[in-house]
Ligand binder design. Structure first.
Ligand SMILES: [Zn+2]
Length: 92
């Protein structure tokens, strides 16, 4: 740490988990898709979810837990690091 004051900027990056959409497939839906090769009829799908303890099938997509549905993640980084990354500042 070089001392104070320290200048920080917010670096916003696209969320890699939901790829910026803010939503991901519900874990149970994913499990069903991974487990079953052929598509199920609506009734068979409901039955499958009942066996997993869901009386009603959950929504197919849920908010991404990594970015809380925003589609991006933010970090605080030192200003000098940001400028270096942007190629604006080259001094070490
Ligand atoms: Zn996300």
């Amino acid at each position: 740490m070089s001392g104070y004051p320290e200048y920080l900027v917010i670096k916003r990056q696209r969320c890699g988990v939901c790829e910026g959409t803010g939503y991901v497939m519900h874990p149970l839906w994913k499990e069903m898709c991974d487990e079953l090769v052929t598509p199920l009829s609506d009734e068979m799908a409901r039955q499958w979810f009942r066996e997993k303890g869901c009386d009603v099938p959950p929504p197919e997509e849920v908010e991404c837990e990594v970015c809380n549905g925003r589609g991006y993640i933010e970090f605080k980084v030192p200003l000098t690091e940001a400028l270096r990354e942007l190629g604006v500042w080259n001094e070490c």
